[in-house]
Each structure stands twice: as C-alpha cells, then as structure tokens.
Design a protein around this ligand. Structure first.
Ligand code: SIN
Length: 318
C-alpha cells in the first residue's frame, strides 16, 4: 500500500523535466519581472514546490526606469513600461544573490545589456560568482524588453541575437536561455540564430508592444507612451509562437504568456513547451504557481500520461 510520502515522491518523478543541461523538479517557473527578487515572495509562496524562479532583469548599471505611469490594466491583460528599473549588477551580487543562494529551487538570473559586450561582461561576472559559491542554475538573456532602446531590437534582428548569444556563450558555461520578442513577423530567424550561437533553451515570449489612451485627456496613459502587453489576452498569440518554434527546432522551449490555469499549462506543454513561466497571474494570485504544480498530476492522468516529458510537443499536427 502506498503512503502519502510515496505519492509525493511518485508525483515528483512524474513532473521532473530536463531542458538540455537545465533540470527542473517540475515545469512551473515564475517569470522575470513578476516575482521581484524572490525575497518579496518567500513568505507567501512555498518556493520548494516550484520548478524555478526568474528574478527581475538586472543591468550592468543601476537604472531608474521610465517615467510613470508605468503599469495600466487592460481587458484581460496588463501593459507595463517599467524600463528595466533595477539597482544594477553590483547590488545584485552583493544583496540579492546571497539570498537567492538560499532559495530551495532553481534560480535563473535574467540580464539585459546595451551591447553584446555588456551582456558578456555581466555574464562573465555572474559566472565568476557562480564558480565561487553557486546559486545560479541558468542565465536568461533578455533580448526582448520592449521598453528601452537597446532592448526589443536585439531579438528583432537575428544577427544581433546571434552576436549577443555568441559572446555570452564564450564566458557563461552553464545553462543559457534566450528570451525572445514576439514583436516580429516570424519568431524563427531569431530562434534559429540563438540556437546556432549556443543557447540551450528558448524562453518564448516576452510581451507584445501595445498602448493605452486616455481619450478624455487625449494623452497616452503610459509615461513612455507604449508598453508591453502581458496576461491572458496574449495567450493565443504566444501559444502560436511556441507551436511554430517547436515545429521547426529541436531545442527546449519555455512557454510564457497569459498562463494562469492548469489548462493554460497543458496547452503550452502539448503545443511544444517543455516548461512554462507564470507571469502576470502572480500579480492577482501570488500563489497560483504552486496551485498549478498541485494540479499537474491530475491533468496528466486525464491524458493517461505517466510523466510531463511524455506530453511535451505531443500535439497532433495536421
Ligand atoms: C521592463 O522592465 O520594462 C519590462 C522588462 C521586459 O519586458 O523585458
């Protein structure tokens, strides 16, 4: 007769996923920019239940970000134009990384640089810190922030994508993730370039460019005029991009965009994602990611599947 402990262990084995060199206890992660530097969430969320966490993007120098308002709610979505507000790499290494080393799940550090050189410089310093004391399971390159110059443009240009990934690959020995933009005609050129340059995993996708207007005052709502749209509104579009990338590329993909229910998780996995990042849903339900982990075994049962690995990219293609 199996005990509750056996059941937990059996479920753990069913849920584990291997994205190339990156091993996760389950496919549910939290997305960059929606979970602070994790410390803020540690009292609310049982981090040991998650597949991984991605703290907010860091840059080499501190940034004050864009003028307010920086967030506005839209139907089934959220527009943000934060502008990579953060305290910079030195602060991250001194203040955040020591805490993140104590977090009982995989930590994927997300970085953005103004140039390929800056990306590489940051990656090199993070690699040194990791060699000394560990704590970083993977490095996610934000090639796709829509709210800064030198952001989204990296991943709209496959040669820039390749240049950045290539430079970072030379100095970062661990799992390397490239987070791409959906604001392109086709995701494939940048995705192929990232993989050719050595990315182990593709994170698909960042936010969709959009705007909100206060028609009574006749002004844009966001201080930066445009912003990145996230939340349930973008799920069908992000799902399409994951499906299309998975159709052509053998690389592991993390699906991102509008995930808040177990159905969303299953749709992404079946369509080609190997794991997912939960983003905007953290703002209206901070513990949703743990709930999704809880619900996964039952969803696998519905498909008669023994493991998450079994259902990844299992969609019947016409
Ligand atoms: C921001 O800080 O503006 C958002 C980050 C991103 O979309 O990559």
């Amino acid at each position: 007769m199996s005990t509750d402990a056996d059941k937990v262990n059996a479920d753990d084995a069913r849920l584990a996923v291997r994205l190339g060199p990156l091993v996760l206890r389950n496919p549910i992660l939290t997305a960059s920019g929606t979970f602070g530097y994790v410390r803020e969430m540690a009292g609310i969320v049982d981090l040991s239940r998650l597949g991984g966490v991605v703290p907010k993007t860091i840059t080499l120098q501190p940034r004050i970000g864009n003028p307010p308002p920086r967030i506005v709610e839209t139907p089934s979505g959220m527009l943000n134009s934060i502008g990579l507000d953060n305290d910079g790499l030195d602060h991250f290494l001194k203040v955040h990384l020591p805490f993140l080393r104590t977090v009982p799940t995989q930590v994927i550090v997300n970085i953005a640089g103004k140039t390929a050189e800056e990306f590489a410089l940051m990656a090199e310093r993070l690699a040194e810190a990791n060699a000394l004391a560990g704590g970083i399971a993977g490095l996610e390159l934000n090639l796709s922030c829509p709210n800064v110059a030198g952001g989204v443009d990296f991943a709209v240009d496959s040669s820039l994508t390749e240049a950045v990934v290539n430079r970072v690959r030379k100095v970062w020995p661990g799992p390397l993730l490239a987070k791409l933009t959906p604001n392109v005609h086709s995701i494939l050129p940048a995705a192929q370039a990232a993989v050719a340059a050595g990315a182990d995993v593709l994170s698909l996708v960042n936010t969709f460019l959009g705007m909100a207007v206060d028609w009574r005052r006749r002004v844009p709502v966001l201080g930066n005029v445009t912003g990145g749209l996230s939340g349930p509104a973008i799920k069908p579009m992000a799902l399409r991009l994951v499906y299309q990338a998975a159709e052509k590329l053998a690389v592991p993909i993390i699906g991102i965009g509008g995930i808040s229910t177990i159905d969303d998780v299953m749709e992404y996995l079946v369509a080609g994602a190997w794991a997912v990042q939960v983003g905007t849903a953290n703002f209206f339900n901070p513990t949703v990611s743990v709930k999704l982990v809880d619900q996964l075994p039952e969803a696998l049962d519905q498909l008669g599947a023994n493991s998450v690995a079994e259902i990844i990219n299992s969609i019947r293609r016409p």
